[in-house]
Design a binder for this molecule. Structure first.
Ligand code: GLN
Length: 440
């Protein structure tokens, strides 16, 4: 049997296929001469499965899609503070090649416009690395995101350099503000080599999936950058990734994204998938026309908008019951799903609203698949307070979902594998069968 996902992608491509509006980028011959009819779309899951349709293995230059990845490398190589001191994170609402810097500081507004991207490029690798070594670092880094060795298209790179007057002007302006102090030409050359790296839509989807997978490449299993870096990069993509169309994109599509002038667009959906589209004709913002249509379609057909409100936190408490009676009584609270702050609050409130009078309280997390740090701390603090109130507290956690279950000063928690074990531990008998009191 065949999965419905490639069929869906085939259908989406044929729906947008007839739209031949827009034009290929004209500033260099290599881009102007690209086959405008190319069209492809890829989904890459965070466990490395790829679904594609159309031209997914055709190489084209990565261009500005390299910017978020180079930003990730700079943050990871130099740390947040030195990078933020040189490049801001404010959406500019301007075109990608706008000649504008922040008043006063001379910092580029964000790493997605060229001024910011060139500065970011200069911040990759160890401090003081020569330009050639830095380029190597960037190509190695982009390759690690893609999960295969990438190479530069020399013809595009040479051509870019011959038509780089505007980028050179921006770089000289950055130099005059001492955003960097080296030769501006070397920075522009390095940045344009970075833009000339060849990728396929499949590569781009995998690079986006690496971001969606918190910085670990789904194919190689290799960690490319840390989680904190990924959060920073996705935030900047969400606010600045589509240049002066960022607001439209955020409301219509709602997926952190980045486009490039060769016709690629990536989207990274945290915890779910990486998406890439390829279609060379661009709109007035420099974004692929059919790529934008595809993303709009994907987002609405599949509910991929990141601001889509998730299911209510109340579903975290699966059941709340009392087993046995008198001094045998056990209060059993069964939790389920993924627990984050709102879910933990709901759970704590449930306990506050009907405080256990039974001598023993069991918190069963065997149907929980994840608990974040704040929720873990709230759970353990609740245990500590229950202990201080004279309750014996047990945690049913056969798969060790709650790491280091230490409730701290004055708290006590016994970890067991099943609810039944609780009674056995106490008096060698099984727990009496459930008498539901509150059903959540
Ligand atoms: N190489 C291009 C430039 O810097 C990349 C621009 C883009 O993809 N928007 O002008």
């Amino acid at each position: 049997m065949r999965s419905m996902i490639p069929d869906y992608l085939d259908g989406a491509l044929s729906d947008v296929g007839a739209d031949d509006s827009g034009a290929t980028a004209a500033y260099i011959p290599e881009l102007a001469a690209a086959d405008p009819d190319r069209l492809g779309a890829v989904f890459a899951t965070i466990d490395g499965r790829v679904y594609g349709a159309g031209d997914i293995d055709v190489e084209f230059t990565i261009q500005s899609i390299s910017k978020p990845f180079a930003y990730a490398l700079a943050l990871s190589d130099r740390g947040f503070e030195p990078v933020l001191a040189k490049v801001g994170v404010e959406p500019s609402g301007e075109a990608f090649n706008e000649i504008s810097l922040e008043d006063g500081t001379g910092r580029p507004l964000n790493p997605m416009i060229n001024a910011g991207a060139m500065t970011t490029h200069a911040l990759t690798g160890p401090e003081g690395a020569d330009p050639a070594r830095r380029v190597e670092r960037v190509i190695d880094g982009l390759s690690a995101f893609a999960g295969r060795r990438l190479r530069v298209d020399e013809a595009t790179c040479t051509s870019e350099m011959q038509h780089a007057h505007r980028n050179l002007a921006i770089a000289h302006m950055l130099r005059s503000h001492e955003i960097f102090t080296e030769d501006p030409r070397g920075v522009v050359e390095g940045y344009l080599r970075q833009c000339s790296v060849l990728v396929t839509a499949r590569d781009l989807a995998m690079m986006a999936a690496t971001l969606a997978n918190r910085g670990v490449n789904p194919l190689s299993g290799r960690r490319v950058v840390g989680e904190r870096v990924v959060r920073q990069v996705l935030s900047v993509m969400a606010t600045c990734g589509m240049y002066d169309a960022a607001g439209d994109w955020a409301t219509q599509v709602g997926i952190p994204a980045k486009s490039g002038v060769a016709g690629g667009i990536i989207g990274a959906l945290p915890g779910q998938i990486g998406i890439a589209t390829f279609s060379p004709r661009l709109d007035m913002h420099g974004n692929s026309v059919r790529g934008v249509s595809l993303f709009e379609r994907f987002s609405s057909d599949m509910g991929l908008h990141v601001m889509e409100v998730p299911p209510a936190a109340r579903t975290v408490v699966r059941s709340h019951s009392v087993r046995g009676s008198a001094q045998d009584a056990v209060r059993v609270l069964r939790l389920q799903g993924g627990i984050r702050f709102a879910g933990a609050e709901r759970f704590v409130r449930e306990v506050m609203d009907s405080p256990p009078t039974e001598p023993r309280v069991v918190v069963d997390v065997s149907a929980v698949y994840s608990i974040d740090d704040v929720s873990r701390r709230m759970l353990l603090e609740l245990v500590r307070r229950l202990t201080l109130d004279g309750r014996d507290v047990y945690l049913v956690d056969p798969e060790v979902i709650v790491p280091d279950p230490d409730p701290g000063e004055g708290g006590r928690l016994t970890v067991v594998g099943t609810v039944e074990e609780v009674a056995v531990r106490v008096d060698g008998r099984g727990v009496p069968s459930a008498r539901p009191e509150v059903d959540a």
